[in-house]
Design a protein around this ligand. Structure first.
Ligand SMILES: O=P(O)(O)OC[C@H]1O[C@H](OP(=O)(O)OP(=O)(O)O)[C@H](O)[C@@H]1O
Ligand SMILES: NC(=O)CC[C@H](N)C(=O)O
Ligand SMILES: [Mg+2]
Length: 503
């Protein structure tokens, strides 16, 4: 995941995009960027770091204009150097900048095509640069100097024909306006909304509806799978379906962990989906362990809180905040290296001993991925004097890599890969482990929108909804993007030569 924002406004957008990015910071902590446009010129600032660290006042003052796009990055392709921070820029045609959330699974084939047939140059290993160049090439084919929405819709249709994988994207076309589009499976989320002012209507495209809420925008809706939204610089909006056979299959992990609870994705309140996850998990405990001896339910902050509170209600057991989170440390799971993740758990979470002493505690997390959090937290609970430490996960075991925009490229790094529930329980050191069933997870989300028939749930099933994800592809991904390999590349790639960064 990453966070994307696009805006066309009746007033300068720099501060609004900055604010929207801070609201989407939970989707990417590695790099941030904003590009704006005025009088046919583009102004770009992007760098590694959190939003608050990347943009100084002098950068903000130079980001002039009433339209722009922004990005917060959590890398899933290439490296995490600032050269691959987004938005990406391409000169031809018109001057286009693009922000992308997702991951292309046929990036290698596309890179060859772009070079051999389209005569386009790629300067990084980022799949976003590929997506932008495919879109730009297809737009170039319109051969018209004065763009019309139809040219853009045609280009997006061609992107859908050529690109595989997950992509929610927003692009700024210099002198013309803003485009938002979403892959035909609608894997990654993207919404758009409007704000009516005395001077006219402002539009925003964003990964999650919380960004619209925070800036006083009213949500118009999701960009539907395969759909594109075009908003001209003078505020004319057009929406069109650009895919032949869109099949809505949103990523179910957005509801488990990635998204903020106060977002609405594909008309489902993430908060309510998480409450239902708690209820269904509690029902499973009541079914399978009717004589449980749990004294207290304790969430592992932050994301699991919503599910844990409802789980405790349903079990009729006390809910207590036994771990306090240092609010200045970011999300552990989306940190780039395992060493950093391991260290940060202890620094981030501290137990309140009296909630543990002599008690049988049920710790609840939204998911167990590498087991980094659960292993340490269980030790901490024991050190704090717990009698028994049980563990419940609001998601089923995460056993397979993700290839659509979550950086879980390597099965061997997943604690549940190739292991039974009993083995995982012993690896993380719990006295008992309870996982949500996949059918219940789907029901928890699906009750919010019964029109969703399918989910992108590969991390639980190993079933990939795009046909190009072969065992060979997964093997190559495992080799190239394992933590070990990334560490090696990071060491090599710490000196960045910038080409078009206006800093
Ligand atoms: O098994 P692991 O590899 O540790 O991954 C799973 C953990 O990581 C996430 O927490 P994170 O600290 O990223 O964010 P949060 O504060 O939103 O819960 C998630 O909520 C789990 O707690
Ligand atoms: N997590 C994401 O959505 C990443 C976007 C893109 N694949 C990148 O690595 O920059
Ligand atoms: Mg967590």
């Amino acid at each position: 995941m990453c966070g994307i924002v696009g805006m066309v406004s009746t007033s300068p957008v720099n501060q609004d995009i900055y604010d929207a990015l801070t609201v989407l910071q939970h989707r990417g902590q590695d790099a941030a960027g904003i590009v704006t446009t005025e009088n046919g010129r583009l102004y770009l600032r992007k760098e590694n770091g959190l939003v608050r660290d990347v943009f100084r006042t002098d950068h903000m003052l130079r980001l002039v204009g009433n339209a722009g796009v922004g990005h917060v990055r959590y890398p899933t392709a290439g490296v995490d150097s600032s050269a691959e921070a987004q938005p990406f820029y391409v000169n031809t045609p018109y001057g286009i900048c693009l922000s992308h959330n997702g991951n292309l699974t046929n990036a290698e084939t596309l890179a060859k095509e772009l070079y051999r047939s389209d005569r386009r140059h790629l300067n990084t290993d980022s799949d976003t640069e590929i997506l932008l160049n495919v879109f730009a090439h297809e737009l170039m084919l319109s051969e018209r100097l004065e763009l019309a929405p139809d040219d853009i819709f045609k280009a997006v249709s061609a992107v859908h024909r050529r690109c595989r994988g997950g992509y929610a994207a927003t692009a700024l076309i210099t002198g013309y306006g803003l485009v938002g589009f979403r892959d035909p499976n609608g894997i990654r989320p993207v919404v758009y909304g409007k704000r009516v002012t005395e001077d006219g209507t402002d539009y925003m495209i964003a990964s999650e509806s919380v960004a619209l809420d925070a800036l006083g925008f009213e949500r118009i809706g999701d960009i539907e799978p395969g759909e594109a939204v075009v908003i001209t610089l003078d505020g004319q909006i057009q929406v069109q379906q650009c895919a032949d056979n869109p099949v809505h299959s949103p990523c179910i992990f957005e509801y488990v962990y990635l998204a903020r609870p106060d977002s609405v994705i594909d008309n489902v309140y993430v908060y309510k989906a998480r409450l239902r996850m708690g209820t269904f998990l509690a029902e499973k405990i009541q079914r399978e362990w009717p004589d449980h001896d749990i004294d207290v339910v304790i969430p592992i902050p932050s994301t699991s809180r919503t599910a844990a509170v409802e789980l405790a209600n349903q079990l009729d057991v006390k809910y207590r905040e036994g771990f306090i989170k240092n609010r200045y440390i970011g999300r552990t799971f989306i940190m780039p290296g395992q060493q950093q993740r391991v260290k940060s758990v202890r620094k981030k979470l501290n137990p309140i001993d009296l909630e543990f002493a002599g008690k049988n505690v049920l710790l609840v997390d939204d998911s167990i991925v590498r087991g980094t959090t659960s292993r340490q937290i269980i030790d901490m609970a024991r050190d704090a004097g717990a009698n028994k430490v049980y563990f419940a996960s609001a998601a089923p075991p995460v056993r397979y890599p993700n290839v659509y925009g979550i950086d879980m490229p390597s099965a061997s790094e997943l604690v549940a890969h190739g292991h039974s529930d009993e083995e995982i329980c012993s690896v993380i050191g719990a006295d008992r482990l309870i996982y949500q069933d996949l059918a219940d997870l789907k029901r928890a989300v699906g009750l919010g929108n019964e029109a969703i028939q399918e989910y992108e749930d590969s991390v639980f099933t190993g079933r990939y909804i795009t046909p190009d994800v072969s065992p060979e592809y997964l093997q190559a991904l495992e080799t190239s993007r394992s933590d070990e390999n990334k560490e090696e590349r990071r060491r090599k790639d710490n000196a960045v030569l910038e080409i078009h960064n206006d800093s």
